[in-house]
Write a protein that binds this ligand. Structure first.
Ligand code: OGA
Ligand code: NI
Length: 348
């Protein structure tokens, strides 16, 4: 029996019945970096400026002409549908547990309210590199759990991961340039990355005005590259006035958002923005985020090039491995206190 109460959002967090279809997040064409011969160097400059203002004003944007092959995306989307279509008995064969958080999970909570969805997680780099000094604190395992059905599942996931990861690194170069940094400034943080991909399935919900597919949250990693299907439901909190703005699906595009670690590196120049997912009573919705995350041993702190006497560092260093472990543990304990957040590291 499903405990319906567990899904009910408190009134201030329920979706409004009137959805704002505003201009929405910026749409950015990546042709200048992907189809170089047809463009001049000037448009790379323009592109960098567009990315910079999108990161500043929205923390979110959509990209087209990104060069991730459509067939790879369609293949993983197909596999996700087939996998989530299996019986619960079959899916729990690869269920997450307290030691290994990768695999299938049907009982996600965000801020202590159940999300109307089921998920499947896998890490992109295997095996995940665990530095010895973090070992005592990290009693987690990081081995992917591959289902046997559908048979092409693992290959589809790995091939898609490779492509979307390339896009994430290109975007990090553009973001670095937009901050006035060397394009490869962030590269070394990802040598032993902990990036992961999540398959999301939001089933139709009989009370879409009371529940959410995914409650309001910020992404804790560096950068998220999201593939959403054509159903729609993602909403972004507009920085200018705090309104929830729907992100309209655009065929073969990706939604990009800045995570907490860019906020810290950039010393708040680019902020990680809240977002959430609405459900509907008719359609299943599928989405696939790629979460770019640094190595476990990374101490994330405001970059020296971006701070000086007039703009001193706003954060003390955050060790990614410890930060992530603390957050995972509090997720498990489902404590009433808020998760560990970057503002806990804020220097006043
Ligand atoms: C997430 C997320 C949005 C979506 O998984 O962190 O924000 O549309 N997903 O599924
Ligand atoms: Ni998110």
């Amino acid at each position: 029996m499903v405990d319906v109460e567990a899904f009910i959002q408190s009134p201030e967090h329920r979706p409004k019945s009137s959805i704002i279809i505003a201009e929405g997040i910026p749409l950015i064409d990546l042709s200048p970096i992907n189809y170089k011969d047809t463009t001049s160097s000037l448009s790379i400059e323009t592109l960098v400026k567009e990315i910079g203002s999108a990161c500043k004003e929205w923390g979110f944007f959509q990209v087209i002409n990104h060069k991730v092959p459509l067939d790879k995306r369609e293949r993983i989307e197909e596999c996700a549908k087939k996998f989530f279509g299996l019986s619960l008995e079959e899916k729990v064969k690869v269920r997450r547990d307290e030691v290994n958080l990768l695999g299938y999970f049907e009982a996600e909570h965000t801020k202590n309210v159940r999300d109307w969805k089921e998920v499947y997680d896998f890490n992109v780099q295997q095996p995940t590199f665990i530095p010895p000094s973090l070992d005592q604190n990290l009693h987690f395992q990081w081995d992917n759990r591959w289902p046997h059905i559908p048979p092409q599942f693992r290959e589809a996931c790995e091939e898609y991961a490779e492509e979307v990861e390339k896009l994430a690194y290109k975007l990090m170069e553009l973001i670095a340039m937009s901050l006035g940094l060397e394009p490869n400034r962030f590269r070394d943080f990802f040598i032993h990355n902990t990036s992961n991909i999540r398959l999301n399935h939001y089933p139709p919900c009989p009370y879409p005005h009371l529940a959410l597919g995914l409650g309001r949250h910020k992404d804790t990693g560096v950068l998220t590259v999201l593939a959403q299907d054509d159903v729609g439901g993602l909403q972004v909190k507009r920085k200018s006035d705090g309104e929830w703005i729907q992100v309209n699906p655009i065929f073969n595009s990706f939604i990009i958002n800045v995570g907490d670690m860019i906020q810290v590196w950039s010393n708040d120049a680019y902020e990680s923005v809240e977002h959430r997912v609405m459900v509907n009573s008719e359609k299943d919705r599928f989405s696939i985020p790629f979460f770019l995350k640094p190595a476990l041993y990374t101490d994330v702190k405001p970059l020296e090039e971006l701070t000086d006497d007039r703009n001193p560092p706003k954060y003390s260093p955050i060790n990614w491995g410890k930060f992530r472990t603390a957050r995972m543990q509090s997720n498990f304990a489902k404590s009433n206190i808020d998760n560990l957040q970057i503002y806990h590291f804020k220097l006043s």
